[in-house]
Design a protein around this ligand. Sequence first.
Ligand SMILES: [Zn+2]
Length: 654
Amino acid sequence: MFARFDIEKERLEEFPQRLGTLLDEQLRKIEEIAAAKDAGYEDVIKRLEEMDEQRALFFTPLSHLNSVMNSEETKKAYEESIAQLSLFHSRVSQNRALYEKIKAIESDDIYRKRVLQNEIRDFRLSGADLDEEGKRELEEIDLKLSELSNRFAQNLLDATNSWEMVVESEEDVEGIPEEELAKARFEEDGRVKYRFTLQMPSYIAYMTYGPNRELREKIYRAYTTRAPENAEVIDEILRLREKKARLLGFDSYASYALQTRDARSEDEVMSFLENLLKLSIAAGRAEIEELGRFALREDGLEELESFDIAYYSQKLKRELFDYDENMSRPYFEKSRVVKGVLGIVEELFGYTFRKNDMRLWHESVECYDIYRDGELSARIYFDLEARREKRGGAWMHDWETRFLDSRGELHLPSAFVVANFSPAQGGEPSLLRHDDVVTLFHEMGHAIHHLFSAMDERSISGINGVAWDVVEFPSQFLENFAYEAPILERFAYHYRSGEKIPTEILGAIKRSKNFQAAMAMLRQLEFAIFDFRLHMKLYQGAEVRELLESVRERTALVKTPPYNRFEHGFSHIFAGGYAAGYYSYKWAEVLSADAFFACVAEDGSFDREKADGYAKNILSQGGAEDMSTLYKRWLGRRARPESLLELYDIGSGE
Ligand SMILES: [Zn+2]
């Protein structure tokens, strides 16, 4: 029923070759399909979907193993395979006959219609409608854009690595936690000195704890003036994005990007962001005023500058509530937390998890079979403890997908949840930080989006075909549970004494999340508005900076120093995948906050009927329709932005 995870180490060497055979065979079949006469949905789309699943079944275990049990062998096999797969995809997307065949298929079924629309859209966006010259041009633009992104990132990395600040006086490092200080400490000419760099942990450490204001400004200035040569790279990137959008028939890069998003129009995105700005600006001002009063009282500081905010915020936070993650850790023993999250999902959605004791790729890995009304419906694997062979971070990786194949046979879904929690050691179990608990809920939210699918068409089943700007909605939805006292109380017991987690710690967890939440919101809105407007028309040279300044006039709570060149380091949109997409953080968050309040009452009790509706209308529907449509069907209305403010306890500012 489910595929068995048994990738043999001895056979890794021949993996790329076996993949090659599979891909050749599939390409041959695709040629056949494209040439067949009178081919309908079953003969074309179903067969393509079967091939998609076949590739996923074959390749996912390797890519998973390469991430969690990395070795020279997995790396080599993975890299060779990726190259083959990318060639395969580009050949399929350039298959004109296949494109024509798909365009000619008709269906009355709403799901199949959606599948066909998506297929045609993707062909179109990869240039299938262009003439030969247009295709060549598009290819050239894409190639240049990827080179420019690399150059942007490389310039930034070089600049980050080429600067350091050596601090010689103990007074200037007073208050920096020993853990951070130890990393900065070195000896020279028989004296102890401290080295701070622009790399993340080091930079953050001085900005947050560094007591010398001049040094704080020095490191801040170095950080915010990195890579001035990126100004030219930015111009070139923006010019090529605009050109690409026009070549494909769109007025702007933003409207091109929206083709694969839940947000429908430029206006819709902008008014969404502007509305959040309007709702949170007063609270943001109140927060910065409180911080200003605190800095005045602490150090007689007359005016807060950008390089003071992290420093005084940290001090204020400590004054307001004395909490650090080590206090909660003993209450979050790994297996109890896993049981806790599974219990919550069972209660909310009426599924049952049953442990399956099969042997897997590592002894700490656990597997559960998932039942609905006594019937086996999905499978999930948890690989949660850090080890040397695992890449950092946490993620959900889908393996099998629920769908009906051309013989009418049902395939069930499965997924991996992976994290890097501190491992069990010397008789002590794995104890999680509260952040880890949040992470587990988050990834579980992604997993059930994939696993609770009821779709019969593979390309819109589970997380397939879900618009990019709403992918984080189900994960953030579940993440919201991990801050609520009545929910944490269900599973947070001291791993040794068995005592319940103290209410003071629960209060501190929630207040930590909400501390300066409006300020954080305004910062993200600044990035999002700048990013989106930057892609609504072509900006070049000084116009980029002027745009950013005009956004800041309305979002920034303290005046940014004139030397600050934030845009030269905005990797999310110039070297990552977030161009005209930074808004999606907030877009998904509003949905997740609104959905959370629909399902959970203030005392932490669940509204089973609403939760059931969430599973039926959202989770099980995958990419069947736009998320906004699914959402409206569930609650009979759109998600309210006010819910997000409520979630973070952001008031009107009075
Ligand atoms: Zn996520």
